[in-house]
Ligand binder design. Structure first.
Ligand code: COA
Length: 474
């Protein structure tokens, strides 16, 4: 059967209808009103339940399984919007007009070229690094284009020795050879003139421009890292393609079909934002110190890497493959639970209902695997596992599939290597991280929760030779 984008639309539409029927449409009034600070809230360990700020970026209702970006239900956006529109919406609060979208896309397309950053990044053994570690490193290197001068240099003195700029590849060769110092000076004068974005407000890398740069540049970095890990050369971005199509093209080396492009778009939209999750919070904590957007996003990437957060999608695929070679879903599950191990792709800190993103990704996986034998067999295992897990824990512990359960199967069918799944998540989440960071900075207050000290008091210092021998480090 030849799949069309209309089939995708139907799937999203019916997932939305089902979600609406299952969950109702009343938001929680007590959690959707402006706050008069200070407030009282019940806080669990790990800041569970703590309210740290107000936000208009997105809303997650865990009890019902709702996800809303700037007032739009996620199903509405998946069915109608492109990822670029959603990025604009998250950052600026409204869907763009035609002219705004045109300008935004043009800007993003130009920021796909991060040649200088790639040149430096590839000096590291990227092929041997954890892809998320390489992506984080690349993000920090990307910072140097905007944070052009890292040391305050008074007046017009360019301080040649301290200048660090990654994305300038070409020195002005027409300059007569007047000596290295003079040539470098002229080059930088020229760069300054031709890059108005290196104006005052962008030296600090806090602006929206930095967000655009990250949203567009990180896919190029992730794709290049993936290619090099597979022993290939990175692929040059194609400015004529959408962000999703170009990302898939740079990752796989072939131009995706319209349907594949749309699938990627839907995946990026679904992963774009999700409340105060661990990586968003990490990014916001860094921003709240008045560090900058690049450092914030770098911290988001670091937090996302963990297996309890974004790292779960890769683990899910491994787990499904393990079950396939084991042979029996029930027996595998019994053994896993007996060993007190979690089943990856299930459960959520916030959702105590079916994750709305999994409502879309499940049927999407079904569509994609129709023409994909390996995917089809993994999907049938996934469905059996889902029904076992819901039978055992749906009612009692409110455990359902989360966003990571089906995304791996979808990415697998789109030709994305499993070790890049978490990086794909990061590519999508840059829009949410930057939107929330920039929103928070408008009313910034440095994050500073407390820990309850449960240690001792009143101890006196014992000289080292009088301390009792201990064989282990405590
Ligand atoms: C996401 C996650 C960290 C949420 O954690 P949480 O809400 O704090 O839930 P807890 O870890 O406290 O678990 C609550 C109970 O449900 C059980 N549980 C939660 N997730 C489970 C899972 N995936 N498999 C089996 N049991 C699970 C716990 O064992 C615990 O049982 P207990 O009360 O008998 O001790 C957790 O569900 C998990 O580790 N899931 C697997 C990793 C994953 O898919 N992460 C991606 C998240 S998008």
């Amino acid at each position: 059967m030849t799949l069309k984008t209309e089939d995708l639309l139907k799937v999203i539409h019916s997932a939305g209808v089902q979600a609406a029927a299952d969950t109702g449409n009343e938001p929680e009034p007590e959690l959707t009103q402006p706050i008069s600070w200070p407030i009282t809230s019940t806080v669990g360990p790990g800041l569970e339940g703590a309210i740290a700020c107000e936000s208009k970026v997105g809303y997650v209702n865990g009890a019902k399984g709702w996800l809303v970006y700037r007032g739009y239900d996620i199903f509405e956006l998946c069915a109608n919007a492109t990822y670029e529109e959603v990025c604009y919406l998250l950052l600026h609060g409204e869907l763009p007009t035609e002219a705004q979208l045109y300008a935004f896309k043009k800007k993003l397309a130009s920021y796909r070229y991060v040649n200088g950053t790639l040149r430096v990044l590839m000096g590291f053994p990227v092929e041997k690094m954890n892809p998320m570690a390489a992506l984080r490193l690349g993000t920090n290197l990307l910072r140097q284009e905007f944070s052009f001068i890292d040391i305050d240099i008074p007046g017009d003195d360019m301080g040649f020795d301290e200048i660090i700029a990654m994305d300038d590849d070409s020195f002005a060769m027409e300059t007569p050879p007047l000596g290295e110092k003079q040539a470098t000076y002229e080059f930088h004068q020229q760069s300054r003139a031709s890059h108005p974005r290196w104006g005052d407000q962008l030296h600090d890398a806090k602006g929206y421009e930095a967000a655009y740069h990250l949203i567009a540049g990180i896919p190029t970095l992730a794709a290049a890292i993936s290619r090099v890990r597979q022993g290939h050369m990175p692929i040059e971005p194609d400015p004529h393609l959408s962000l999703s199509a170009n990302f898939l093209y740079m990752l796989t080396g072939y131009q995706p079909s319209e349907l594949e492009e749309r699938m990627m778009d839907v995946c990026l939209i679904l992963h774009a934002d999700h409340g105060m999750n661990a990586s968003t919070f990490a990014a916001m904590v860094v921003a709240s110190t008045l560090s900058d957007v690049y450092f914030s996003v770098g911290s988001g990437i670091a937090a996302l890497n963990g297996p309890l957060h974004g790292g779960a999608n890769e683990q899910v695929l491994k787990m499904l493959e393990e079950i396939r070679s084991f042979g029996d879903v029930q027996e595998w599950l019994d053994e896993r639970l007996m060993n007190k191990e979690k089943v990856m792709g299930f459960g959520h800190r916030v959702y105590k209902a079916y994750d709305p993103r999994a409502r879309v990704l499940g049927p999407l996986a079904e569509l994609l695997t129709e023409n994909h034998e390996d995917g089809k067999s993994l999907l049938s295992i996934a469905k059996r596992l889902e029904s076992e897990m819901i039978d055992r824990f749906g009612e009692s512990k409110k455990i359902f599939p989360n966003v990571d359960f089906y995304s791996g199967i979808v990415y697998n069918c789109l030709g994305i290597p499993a070790d890049m799944f978490t990086s794909v998540f990061a590519v999508a989440r840059v829009s949410g991280w930057t939107a929330r960071v920039l929103e928070y900075l408008k009313n910034n207050r440095i994050f500073r929760p407390r820990a309850i000290y449960t240690g001792d008091f009143g101890k006196t210092y014992t000289p080292i030779e009088q301390r009792q021998r201990r064989d282990t480090i405590q």
